[in-house]
Design a protein around this ligand. Structure first.
Ligand code: FE2
Length: 337
């Protein structure tokens, strides 16, 4: 039986997770949340392999998400998918499934920006009103804040994302995968008991950060015989401090008094503590999206789809293309008047 309210099915497939969920504009907003995660046998994510794995599991994940919500496709009010930013082959699986469902069942299609969806699920679940947003994940490092009808960028990485840097380093150091064990990244785990090694590059340029030089330096330090825990501790302190520095400046610049942490790396308890120390000094509060929804998931796409449907942001299936690079500030937010 269909529950009350507007119901949207959301599909996430930008990187390693194929997630499907049904969200409603009425409470409880999240009616289901199914996920299939692609785990590479070794090394980093292989986009084509990930997409093949998504194709194989997509029908089951979609069916389960509908069943769990107790909704049939005909009872949906819209179909949403993340159309970018992300890895091309992965994005296309979710986009194709969403276009097919929307066309076959004559439902409005909602073309969701993945970065905006991270923010919207964060705002929904933490009650943050007007925060400086810190979006940290494997593929993204972004400081943003709402100005008018956009999330404007107040700092980002000039090269690799923080999560990518952490994964890459721990993999090269022989610690991963798995990258996260018991909710703690291998880098945080390995850094325990480590000491600071002087001379590592700390790169903040204006409002942007850079990690590629730090990665090269760290790997060289390991080869030169420095203790692993000392190298882990040093790179972690440098990388986290750079993020804290540009966030603090964004707070000062915008005059906002909330920080909202979203994205997979936001789940780091070590990083959270550092944010809390900085925010306390500025009289600001820190809100962190719950770990389950910090990582990629279908619920954030479905929920953003609900917001978009409410404002008539519908795209015809034939015009719904994927965009591997789709910046957060290119997406208009009509829910801010
Ligand atoms: Fe993400």
């Amino acid at each position: 039986m269909r529950g009350p309210g507007t119901l949207v099915l959301g599909i996430e497939s930008t990187a390693h997770t194929f997630g499907v969920a049904v969200a409603s504009d009425k409470e409880p907003h999240i009616l289901s949340d199914e996920r299939h995660k692609y785990v590479p046998e070794k090394g980093g994510i292989h986009p084509l392999e990930a997409s093949l794995s998504f194709m194989k599991h997509a029908p089951t994940v979609i069916r389960k998400a509908l069943e769990e919500a107790g909704v049939t496709p005909r009872e949906l009010d819209g179909v949403a998918a993340a159309f970018g930013p992300g890895l091309g082959p992965c994005l296309r699986v979710g986009a194709t499934a969403a276009r097919a469902l929307a066309a076959y069942y004559h439902k409005p299609l909602l073309r969701v920006n993945h970065a905006v969806a991270h923010v919207e699920i964060g705002r929904l679940l933490t009650g943050a009103r007007d925060p400086v947003i810190v979006y940290l994940s494997g593929g993204n490092t972004l400081i943003a804040a709402q100005v008018g009808r956009r999330y404007r960028v107040f700092g980002e990485t000039l090269d690799v994302a923080l999560g990518n840097f952490m994964d890459h380093f721990t993999r090269e150091a022989g610690l991963a995968p798995p990258y996260v064990v018991g909710g703690l990244h291998q880098l945080d785990r390995c850094a325990e008991g480590g000491k600071l090694i002087p001379g590592f590059p700390y790169i903040v340029k204006g409002q942007d950060v850079s990690f590629s030089g730090l990665l090269t330096h760290a790997l060289r330090a390991l080869k030169a015989g420095h203790r692993l825990e000392d190298v882990c501790y040093t790179v972690r302190e440098i990388a986290y401090s750079a993020i804290i520095e540009i966030t603090e400046r964004a707070l000062a610049h915008t005059g906002k008094n909330e920080v909202l942490l979203v994205g997979g790396v936001a789940a780091s308890p070590v990083l959270r503590k550092k944010f809390e120390v900085m925010a306390a000094e500025r009289g600001a509060t820190v809100k962190v999206v719950p770990p389950k929804y910090a990582v990629d998931n279908g619920a954030m796409i479905a929920w953003t789809g609900v917001l978009m449907l409410r404002h008539g942001m519908i795209t015809p299936p034939e015009k719904a293309y994927v965009r591997q690079r789709w910046r957060i500030d290119e997406f208009e937010l009509p829910w801010f008047t």
